[in-house]
Design a protein around this ligand. Structure first.
Ligand SMILES: Cc1cc2nc3c(=O)[nH]c(=O)nc-3n(C[C@H](O)[C@H](O)[C@H](O)COP(=O)(O)O)c2cc1C
Length: 179
């Protein structure tokens, strides 16, 4: 199954990107994961939405071709990082490539709440008419105190977190297959 990953951080040592990489490696027998370069997208411009730049075209095509979308993102100021919102704004127009697409949201933060507030907003955004993504129900992944759960190589060392992820990814696979 083809997973397209949207990562809400461009930071060199991003915990969230490391989690996406961990997922890509650990579940490679079920999924191939491609991280889409949302940092290369220009700011959304409604004047360009019918004839967007090449980077946007490529991005939308990759979203369209994917069986499902994995979003791994930090929380910025109690909400969704701008880079991620910008990418979602592009896909919300004209050809609506996210509509009906299965989505799994994951978030990690050094803080205790692990992106709860970001994901509440994100869920609302993904339910907007132009987006209409299908978020995996009943499986919320908030990885709080992430700095204590990962080693320097990006391996998740906290067994409870890995076991939980194993279950979620299994549920996500079943969910994708049911669509
Ligand atoms: C602009 C900014 C706003 C932030 N706001 C929050 C926040 O609202 N909640 C939170 O838990 N952490 C917040 N943080 C801390 C991030 O969780 C932390 O920097 C995290 O490591 C970012 O994710 P990354 O490692 O994937 O880059 C914020 C960080 C920045 C730079």
């Amino acid at each position: 199954m083809k997973l397209a990953a949207l990562i809400g951080s461009v930071r060199k040592d991003s915990f969230n990107r490391k989690i996406a990489d961990f997922i890509g490696e650990r579940y490679q027998s079920d999924f191939t994961l491609e991280k889409l370069g949302i940092q290369e997208l220009p700011y959304f411009d409604q004047d360009q939405e019918t004839d967007p730049p090449e980077s946007v075209r490529t991005f939308k095509q990759k979203v369209k071709d994917a069986d499902a979308i994995l979003i791994v993102t930090p929380e910025y100021n109690h909400s969704v990082p701008g880079i991620l919102k910008n990418a979602i704004d592009w896909v919300s127009r004209i050809d609506l490539v996210m509509a009906g697409k299965p989505v799994l949201m994951i978030g990690a933060s050094p803080g205790f709440l692990g992106t709860v507030r970001c994901q509440l907003h994100l869920k609302q955004i993904l339910a907007a008419p132009g987006v209409s993504a299908l978020v995996l129900p009943g499986n919320e992944v908030f990885i709080g105190e992430v700095h204590k759960k990962m080693d320097d190589t990006g391996k998740i060392t906290d067994e409870g977190t890995v076991e939980f992820l194993d279950g979620v990814m299994k549920n996500f696979k079943t969910f994708i297959e049911s669509k």
